[in-house]
Design a protein around this ligand. Structure first.
Ligand code: PMP
Length: 396
């Protein structure tokens, strides 16, 4: 006779997974078996890639691949320890100097990812007696960093200087330090933060400002220094970013004053207690920064592609949230319509995912453009977006 197995401390996993499935929220991975580029082999099928953060096409660039190989040949595959013990390479110093030069700051520090850079920096510079006021649409790592810091964290309405000002007016005086946090380019909407005005409010209310340039670095500014550089901002800022998007590698960074960087080396737990960035990632990032600084033609090509998509969508009468960056969030209708159109595109070999609430307030097809997309690839995208409007039938 079969006896019923006793319950285990992990039974809750079944219940939680069930509820994720019931809410239609279960996510799964898509397996890629090709080199990063505009065409990707996804689950065995070739697709036109309109969802990658590889804005300049550098993740598949021969020069980065060779730099990663050369760094690996010289230093090996792993760094063997934390930066403060055995994992600090001359190559890291070279990368940090290159980032400081790119961002026009005194110094920089590289972390294992952009996520860890934000967690470590925010939790090191503010604590329980302090206030964080952040844009409601900030990336998850800014929000989790705020929780980790123990500071009082308040959101202001997305992009609203009036609300930011009101929140500072109401709360600033009750706290020791104050930190304003914002993405420079918002990852799900593709619009830009009003950084100059935020800096003015920060000066009025004696606040530090941390700006996440994950989607700005390499894409904005004459040398690819980001939105901050394009606006001529830098000195009073804490700039965080990633090496994994336009720079085509992996890792994160903080750029700012020499004092800030020295302090973070002593206080940022996500930098101190983790292994130094791998030689391959470090070498590739150095090569990428060199390319980004010197080859403005890549950025020109990217912006031409953004302009082509803008023109095409406007001609089709399809609304997008913004055309301020290579992230174009297309609002085609309610959740069911958005899902149906994204599936329609997928069935025709176009990878352009639907993003829906609660991740974002309104459903959208999120497209990301690359410098290496050809005009004919963009034409194909526009053609199918037009057809999807007429032919994709939502399940009701
Ligand atoms: N900030 C923003 C705005 C991002 O979009 C991302 C990545 N999705 C990150 C930070 C995290 O960067 P990384 O992937 O290097 O951890």
């Amino acid at each position: 006779m079969k006896t019923k197995l006793a319950s285990t401390p992990y039974d809750w996993l079944d219940r939680s997974l069930d509820s994720i499935h019931k809410a239609n929220w279960h996510r799964s991975t898509q397996t890629i078996t090709s080199k990063a580029g505009t065409i990707a082999k996804v689950n065995g099928r070739e697709m036109l890639m309109f969802a990658s953060n590889n804005y300049l096409g550098l993740a598949g660039d021969r020069r980065l691949i060779e730099a990663a190989i050369a760094a690996t040949e010289k230093y090996g595959t792993g760094t063997t320890g934390s930066r403060l013990v055995t994992g600090h390479l001359a190559l890291h110093e070279e990368l940090e100097l290159a980032i400081a030069d790119l961002k026009n700051t005194e110094a920089a520090l590289v972390f294992s990812s952009g996520y860890l850079a934000n967690l470590g920096t925010i939790s090191a510079i503010v604590g329980q007696r302090d206030l964080i006021v952040g844009d409601a649409y900030n990336h998850s790592c800014l929000k989790k960093g705020a929780v980790m810091s123990g500071a009082m964290a308040i959101d202001y309405q997305h992009g609203s200087l009036a609300d930011l000002s009101a929140k500072l007016q109401a709360h600033r005086s009750k706290y020791r330090r104050c930190l304003i946090t914002t993405d420079s380019v918002f990852s799900m909407d593709g619009d830009l933060a009003p950084l100059r005005e935020i800096m003015n409010l920060a000066a009025t209310y004696d606040c530090m400002v941390l700006v996440d340039e994950a989607h700005g670095t390499g894409v904005f500014g004459d040398r690819g220094g980001g939105v901050t550089n394009a606006l001529g901002l830098g000195a009073d800022l804490i700039q965080v970013g990633t090496l994994s998007k336009a720079l085509g590698s992996l890792g994160g960074y903080v750029a700012g004053s020499a004092k800030l960087i020295d302090y973070l080396r002593n206080r940022a737990a996500t930098w101190i207690y983790t292994t130094g960035l791998s030689p391959a990632d470090t070498g590739a990032a150095i090569a990428a920064i060199e390319i980004v600084k010197s080859e403005s033609s890549l950025r020109q090509q990217l912006w031409q592609n953004v302009a082509m998509v803008k023109q095409g969508l406007q001609a089709l009468g399809i609304p997008a949230i913004a055309f301020d960056s290579p992230i174009v969030a297309i609002e085609v209708g309610d959740i069911a319509t958005t899902m149906a159109q994204s599936q329609y595109l997928r069935d025709r070999g176009i990878f352009a995912p639907a993003i829906r609430p609660p991740t974002v307030p309104t459903a959208r097809i999120r497209i990301t453009l690359m410098a290496t997309h050809t005009p004919s690839q963009i034409q194909t995208l526009l053609q199918y977006l037009g057809l999807a409007e007429q032919e994709a039938k939502p399940k009701r």
